[in-house]
Design a protein around this ligand. Sequence first.
Ligand code: SF4
Length: 329
Amino acid sequence: MKKGRVFSGARPTGQQHIGNYLGAIQNYVALQDDYECIYCIVDIHALTTLEDTHLLQANIREMALDWLAAGIDPQRSIMFVQSHVPEIAELFTYMGMTTPMGWLTRVPTFKEKVRMHPDNVNYGLLGYPVLMASDIILYKADTVPVGEDQLPHLELTREIVRRFNSIFGEVFPEPKAKLTEIPLIVGLDGSAKMSKSMDNQIDLAVSDEETLKRVKTAFTDPTRVRKNDPGHPDKCNVYTLHGAFTTSVFPEKFMAIAHDCKQAQIGCVDCKKLLGESINEFLRPFRERRAKLAENPGVLDEILADGAKRASAIAKETLREVKEKMGLL
Ligand code: SF4
């Protein structure tokens, strides 16, 4: 017996990096044991800023390959592309009729986007939280995995749901947050976040050599200037990453790092080399599965088509109920 239905969506950003894996994907995989999971690549959301649309299809496929290779199981979970279930556009329109404008103009991310893209303040950008709410409730998901910082977004979804239900009668469950501890994975260059746009990431699917090369560039404890200086692993991102990778593939080596760093018995060059080897070892099965999946693009097409079909069956049923309550049927 499953505990509930999870929905989570992510924009198609192409190949995923280790920050994406530690922050979201590994949690997606784990949730499959206890929940009925629906994972969606939200390509319509990607249109709000109209960037790189020519890369959309390639980015969707790369991301889907990474999700599958990481362990999202299309037999147990529904994995699909948002625009492949057009019912989402219809529900978005209906939910727009009950969501007050003031709720949307007050959203901090809307204000931020207006500041960043003053030439492209479109209606879709304003309606973004309504689309996000529609994504969740179209499938009647009752659980949404979120980090603490995303709680306000989910609260707005809950308000949108409450308002609709109070006007037209109970249709949607109010989705609850499943608080997930999202480890802070800073960029290799020490900037606040690992991200492709900053080119400070390690993609999951790169070669062993590329991984070792990238890890070499990682920012370490800034107070450790010479090899003989004692280090502070708690202030070093390389050590944080050892905690995510080395701890599971070379646990005995992981145990020694903090001590050896503090006593200056290991240099940063060797420490980073070990991290690169750990990441490669950890990702070896992932990379093998991914290469196999990529060899046969038809399989990916079938998985996404099957996901869309199963998602669409739920969506159609929800829409029928919504239209009935709203007097459209
Ligand atoms: Fe960081 Fe390792 Fe250097 Fe210590 S030895 S500062 S943990 S890279």
